[in-house]
Design a protein around this ligand. Structure first.
Ligand code: SR1
Ligand code: MG
Length: 398
């Protein structure tokens, strides 16, 4: 095989591919295993017993459902976004060895000595540096690709190269439409939760109006090069380090989308920890939410004040309100992400792995909290913390 024409590779083909297309391994005795557990792509782990790498590869059909037929270009785009973001935060993304536009794959650093953040959190671990790391990742990747720092023509060139209509459409549908309208009847809601979802979402015009405004923002606000799917399954961690993977949903979109996703998935982890009585982990998540916000905001502020190159944008008041608006957008997205993972098609284990006895109560609490965030994002900062709002939404379900 010459790998000059695309086909969907299996383990044997990937073994051949890595030998022919790279010089990473010095001998031929390689073992290849497909280890992907995501919704869209194939992930191959290749090792010779000493070294190892990952090959991420896309097919025409999403793994989660053959209803999603997609261009295989998404992996190439992911390689490009990882390389751009990696230029700003090399320690917070995997190293990229090869992006192959023909075979639609990316060869990258193996992170086997890290754990997926969601898995680590479900196991009860805490990661003391995570808040600072992800706050820095958000500030560096978002602010450095904003109009304040990236020259306008360069930004437009990148927008053109990284336009991502197919994967944006998935988010437009799964995040902004289906949880509130169920037009394709593919929401997944338990019989016990359904009456609440009908009353709180499907029949509530107030939430639908707020979601419409948020959807228009997602469709129109080409603010920064965002990751686009920054949940706790897209982040690898160990005790000291953090690596962000999987920016295949990346495009020039609203900066608050990434921040809101990080916050939403910390709340999923918090809700799960509560159901397990893990108070030490709860305290750490509580502090980490504050840390993500303060690290992001202070770094964003510093970057904007010191590196803005457009003299017409370099106004302290403009910079302050720009950050405030990102925070406000993030609270709305946080609410949307909480709702879509409870009601919609793509679930999270933090909810599905909860004991039956407590799951309904937590789902209702999170949906009420999420609704408040979507409808009142500017009120959040009046409260002592996001958590006081979350606790206010607690209720006993008979
Ligand atoms: C069809 S893909 C479903 C979800 O998985 C990805 O991780 C994104 O979150 C997407 O919405
Ligand atoms: Mg993903």
């Amino acid at each position: 095989m010459a790998f000059e024409q695309y086909f969907l590779m299996d383990e044997a083909a990937v073994k051949d591919y890595i030998r022919k297309k790279t010089n990473i391994f010095s001998h031929d005795d390689l073992s290849v295993t497909e280890i992907g557990d995501g919704n869209l792509n194939y992930v191959f782990h290749i090792t010779d017993g000493e070294q190892s790498v990952i090959v991420k590869h896309s097919g025409h059909i999403a793994r989660i459902s053959d209803e999603f037929k997609l261009s295989t270009d998404r992996t190439v785009r992911e390689g490009a976004v990882l390389s751009i973001h990696g230029g700003f935060v090399p320690d917070l993304v995997p190293e990229i060895y090869l992006v192959d536009d023909v075979m639609k794959c990316v060869v990258m650093e193996d992170l086997s000595d890290y754990k997926i953040l969601r898995h680590g959190l479900l196991d009860g671990h805490i990661y003391p540096y995570f808040g600072k790391h992800i706050g820095r990742y958000l500030a560096e990747t978002l602010i450095r690709t904003s109009d304040f720092i990236l020259p306008a023509k360069e930004k437009k060139e990148l927008q053109k190269a990284l336009i991502n209509p197919e994967l944006c459409e998935i988010s437009e549908d799964l995040v902004y439409t289906e949880p509130f309208y169920n037009p394709l009847n593919r929401n997944e809601v338990s019989d016990a939760l359904l009456p609440f979802v009908e009353q709180m979402l499907y029949k509530d015009d107030g939430i639908k109006r707020a979601v419409a405004a948020a959807k228009l923002k997602f469709l129109n606000k080409a603010e920064c090069l965002i990751h686009g799917d920054l949940h706790s399954g897209s982040i690898f961690v160990n005790d000291n380090e953090t690596k962000v993977i999987d920016p295949e949903f990346g495009f020039f979109g609203p900066a608050g989308y990434d921040l809101g996703n990080v916050l939403a998935h910390l709340f999923f982890a918090y809700a799960y920890a509560e159901t397990k009585g893990r108070t030490e982990q709860q305290d750490w998540i509580f502090a980490t939410v504050q840390e993500v916000l303060s690290e992001f905001k202070s770094r964003a502020h510093h970057l904007l004040l010191t590196e803005t190159c457009d003299i017409a944008l370099n106004q302290p008041a403009t910079i302050a309100s720009y950050i405030q608006e990102i925070e406000r957008d993030a609270y709305v997205v946080m609410g949307l992400e909480l709702i879509r993972r409870i009601v919609g098609l793509a679930k999270v284990a933090d909810i599905t792995e909860m004991d039956e006895a407590v799951r309904l109560q937590k789902e209702i609490q999170l949906i009420k909290f999420a609704k408040f965030l979507i409808q009142n994002p500017e009120s959040v900062t009046i409260y002592p913390s996001l958590f006081s709002l979350y606790f206010d939404c607690q209720e006993k379900v008979a």
